[in-house]
Design a protein around this ligand. Structure first.
Ligand code: NAD
Ligand code: ZN
Length: 360
């Protein structure tokens, strides 16, 4: 299954399949004549998959440099970036090299930024290995690193040459990471695709069993939906891309309140979507049943649906630190029905706090 992300001369294909990792060299050869690959991965994915990917490239006659960063969000920083640049230079990488990311969103984001900046830009291949990376971060061209003060604050838009997705690699993903990825999957259904939301409701067991056919369909649908949004708003200028932030204004505050430690991003998004939907309900945008269906689906996918013991005023304050706060107004993406959302800043602080305190 191949999808096209139509961005004129920066357009690219997303190939989704099962057992397709061995096709990586062919996938690259169809898109680049480079014979030097800088493979970037993390310390978990290295032995699991990146080693093998390196071998496939070598068997195809390419020269491969494997660079391994420590697994975890803490690696997505400027020091690691400098290390990667310097190692590449020492290993003889140049403008003719290609950077390939094999890993989750952390690897994709930092490797993508390395690709965007090394010699002012080299081609970049994405081979995402977490569900979150396959349905979200590998599509759309946002790359970058964190600063201690703020997440994802330094970066670029750098579209890949192509994205190669093998859903079989999801078999080794820890349960919590898998569930966290599913939160973003549910998000796509709520913001733009009611039939897909219904498909998820009907296929929870197959999803939880990580059935290959089901996952291929799920990943394909999410990539198509994200690609459609990105095609309309490649550089986050028209506001269209903002709908992807459903649940995220709350989620970012929950993550900040826990120092990004206790909660996975997807878990925070699950709770955030429920809060956003309850807020929409409270101000009369949507009926209670739509919120209830989201709660039931998220719970069936082993995701949390009610905020932890947070201090509501503190969460409300943290929501204002989100970088999406435009012209002094908190903007929310709120559902008007399953499959449709609207952006609004016409929300009273009292309503937000009431939701955080659990009186939906
Ligand atoms: P991650 O990259 O840290 O991966 C999660 C964990 O799973 C890591 O320990 C990793 O080593 C391990 N892992 C990866 N693949 C595995 C596999 N197949 N089997 C077993 N273990 C595996 O986290 P993530 O959730 O993939 O990505 C989160 C990052 O993505 C954040 O930094 C976030 O900012 C970024 N992100 C970027 C975008 C974007 O548009 N660029 C969008 C969303 C999120
Ligand atoms: Zn997210």
């Amino acid at each position: 299954r191949t999808l096209r992300v139509d961005l004129k001369e920066r357009g690219y294909d997303i190939a989704i399949g099962s057992g397709t990792l061995p096709q990586c060299a062919e996938f690259l050869a169809e898109r680049s004549s480079s014979s030097h690959v800088v493979l970037i991965t993390d310390s978990n994915v290295d032995e699991l998959y990146a080693d093998a990917v390196g071998d496939y490239f070598v068997e195809a006659g390419l020269e491969v440099e494997l660079l391994v960063i420590e697994a975890g969000e803490e690696s997505k920083n400027a020091d690691v970036l400098i290390d990667l640049w310097q190692t590449m230079l020492a290993e003889g990488a140049d403008r003719g090299s290609v950077v390939a990311a094999v890993g989750g969103g952390v690897v994709g984001d930092i490797a993508g930024f390395v690709a965007a900046t090394f010699t002012r830009g080299v081609p970049f291949l994405q081979i995402p290995t977490t569900l979150l990376a396959q349905v979200d971060s590998s599509v759309g061209g946002k790359v970058g690193v964190n600063l201690p003060e703020a997440k994802n604050i330094v970066g670029a838009f750098w579209q890949p040459l192509g994205v190669l997705i093998d859903v079989d690699v999801l078999g080794t993903l820890p349960a919590g990471e898998f569930a966290a990825g599913m939160a973003e999957v549910v998000k796509y259904g709520v913001i733009m695709d009611e039939p897909f939301f219904e498909y998820l409701e009907s296929n929870v067991d197959a999803i939880n069993a990580r059935d290959s056919e089901t996952l291929q369909y799920v990943v394909e649908r999410c990539c198509r939906l994200k690609a459609d949004v990105v095609q309309e708003d490649e550089r986050e200028e028209t506001g269209r891309r903002a709908i992807l932030n459903y649940g995220h204004t709350f989620a970012h505050a929950f993550e900040a309140a826990t120092q990004y430690g206790k909660l996975l991003h997807g878990e925070a998004v699950a709770m955030g979507m429920v809060c956003a939907s309850q807020l929409a309900e409270r101000i009369g945008l949507i009926d209670a049943q739509a919120t209830q269906r989201q709660i039931e689906l998220l719970e069936a996918l082993s995701l949390p649906t009610r905020p932890l013991e947070f201090d509501s005023e503190e969460i409300y304050r943290l929501m204002w630190h989100d970088k999406k706060v435009a012209d002094g107004k908190l903007r929310f993406v709120l559902p008007t029905r399953l499959g449709e959302v609207k952006l609004t800043s016409a929300v009273k602080s009292g309503d937000v706090i009431a939701i955080l305190e659990g009186d939906a």
